[in-house]
Ligand binder design. Structure first.
Ligand code: ATP
Length: 234
C-alpha cells in the first residue's frame, strides 16, 4: 500500500533522514520505533506531505505521491495524527469531529460522526465540551476519531500514547487494534516499544536517520538487539 524508497529529508543543512526505505502492506499495523531524535516524526511528516524529501520517493497504492500537499494526500486517503494531538482546543468535541470531514461533501458525514461517537462513547458524552478541557487521553481519542472522519485508507499515528497514564495507554492500544479490525491500515510511531510490537504485524527500528532493523513484530520482540535497546531486561 505504502512504499517509501530511499528518502532523504533535510532541515536546512541538517540531514534528518538517510536513505529510509519502508513498506506498509494493506491491512497491517506497522510500527516505527527508535530513540528520541532518530527521525521517526520526520519520516511521518515526509509521508504526510508536511516535509519534502530531497531524494527518494513515496508511493501510495501504486501512485508516486512524493511532494504532494497534505490536503491532497488526505483526499487520497492518508491521515496523520501528529505528535501532541493538535486538537482544536477552543472548539467543541463535535466541532472537532466535523473538522475531520472538512474535505468531504457526501451525505454520510452525520452518520459517520454518530458511528465514531458510538465507537468512542466518551466523545458522545462530551460532545459539547471544549476540546481543550478534555483530559490528555480523551484529547488523544478525539484526535484519532477526527482523523478517522476523513475516511483514511492509511492512518499515520505519531506517538499516540505519549504522556498518558498506563490504563489510558491500554485503551489507546485497544483502539488501534479496533481500527485495524475495521479495515484501516496503520503506521504507528511509538516510544512504547513493547506494546507497539505486541499490536503490530511488522516493525522498523530507526537510529540517527536510518532504518537499522526490520522484521515481523513477533520476531522483533525476541530480537536481542531490540530487547536490549528498547524493551529492557525482563
Ligand atoms: P522524538 O521521538 O524525539 O520526536 P524522532 O525520532 O521523531 O524523535 P525527529 O523529530 O524526526 O525524531 O528528529 C530527527 C532529527 O531532526 C533530530 O536530530 C532533530 O533534532 C532534527 N530536527 C527535527 N525537527 C527539526 C527542525 N525543525 N529543525 C532542525 N532540526 C530538526
Amino acid at each position: 500500500m505504502l512504499k517509501v524508497s530511499g528518502i532523504e529529508t533535510f532541515y536546512g543543512k541538517i540531514q534528518a533522514l538517510k536513505n529510509v526505505n519502508l513498506v506498509v502492506e494493506q491491512g497491517q499495523i506497522v510500527t516505527l520505533l527508535g530513540a528520541n531524535g532518530a527521525g521517526k516524526t520526520t519520516t511521518m511528516k515526509t509521508i504526510a506531505g508536511l516535509l519534502k524529501p530531497q531524494k527518494g520517493t513515496v508511493e501510495f497504492l501504486g501512485e508516486n505521491i512524493t511532494g504532494m500537499r497534505p490536503d491532497q494526500l488526505v483526499r487520497k486517503g492518508i491521515a496523520l495524527v501528529p505528535e501532541g494531538r493538535a486538537i482544536l482546543s477552543t472548539m467543541t468535541v463535535l466541532e472537532n469531529l466535523e473538522m475531520g470531514a472538512f474535505h468531504r461533501n457526501d451525505k454520510d458525514i452525520k452518520k459517520d460522526i454518530e458511528n465514531v461517537m458510538q465507537q468512542f462513547p466518551i466523545l458522545k458524552e462530551r460532545e459539547d465540551q471544549l476540546g481543550g478541557t478534555l483530559s490528555g487521553g480523551q484529547q488523544q481519542m478525539l484526535a484519532i476519531a477526527r482523523a478517522l472522519l476523513s475516511k483514511p485508507k492509511l492512518l499515520l499515528l505519531d506517538e499516540p500514547s505519549m504522556g498518558l497514564a498506563p490504563l489510558i495507554v491500554a485503551d489507546i492500544f485497544k483502539m488501534i487494534r479496533e481500527i485495524k479490525d475495521s479495515g484501516t491500515t496503520v503506521l504507528l510511531v511509538e516510544q512504547n516499544a513493547k506494546q507497539a510490537l505486541k499490536v503490530a504485524d511488522y516493525g522498523y527500528v530507526m537510529e540517527t536517520g536510518k532504518i537499522i532493523i526490520n522484521g515481523e513484530a513477533s520476531n522483533l520482540l525476541e530480537d536481542p538487539r531490540v530487547v536490549e535497546a528498547y524493551l529492557g531486561k525482563k
